[in-house]
Design a protein around this ligand. Sequence first.
Ligand code: DGL
Length: 274
Amino acid sequence: MKILNEAPIGVIDSGVGGLTVVKEIHHYLPNETILYIGDDARCPYGPRSVEEVKEFTMEMAEALAEMGIKMLVVACNTATAVTLDMLRERFPFPVLGVIEPGARAAVHVSSTRKIAVLGTIGTIKSKAYENAISSISANVEIIPLACPEFVPLVESGQYKQKNIQPIMQKSLEPLAHMKFDTAILGCTHYPLLHDQIQEQLPAGVTIVSSAYETVRDVESTLAGFNLANISGARKEPIFYTTGRLEGFKSIATDWLGIESPDVRHIILGKPGCQ
Ligand code: DGL
């Protein structure tokens, strides 16, 4: 099967978190068209079993493959941690995740070699960041912390509200007296809470999000596979959600600065499997 340069890049996440990666692709790769699926109806993936995350992620990937994408970006750490090999075996197009780029960026930034990883229960359990970091550099101490309260705050659109401060404080309290100089936002939803997270971390900690590093990987992979769209004719992104259109639309408008994003409903999986 010939993969077309003009074909869109597919981006998937359990919900609106992958929009943090879309924002970077949209900005840095102005020729590329994006098709996005957020599985908001079944979000969060973090507390789900590995089997469920694999099944739901495969459903999103299959739907985008049918729409004719040329590359898939798994813009979800929880899914990246457990599905990359499976997706790469299944599809003819390149499949990229967000964990390796985030790990690379953090190792680059940290001078004390003590790095905190904030993520979902699934990502922290998988030890995917420990594995990625140790394959880049030896002797880095990782301080993992699951923050299961954060994704619901973002999905419900409360990420800008002042009254979430006590939740942020309680979730990040275990890090208050720890020594580290870098914190990875190991969940693509967390950049929407960047300032609130920074406020609760010890002074001087640098926050790293994988979104920017991921777009560098997208760019080099497009070049490597000769898949970049050089025709310069990008189309507006289309966003599919399994959840409520209005909630998705308002976060997409706010985060991406797109006035009227094209948000559509999609049904995935078997009925009742939500
Ligand atoms: N954005 C997903 C991630 O990066 C959120 C996971 C969830 O749905 O719990 O892990």
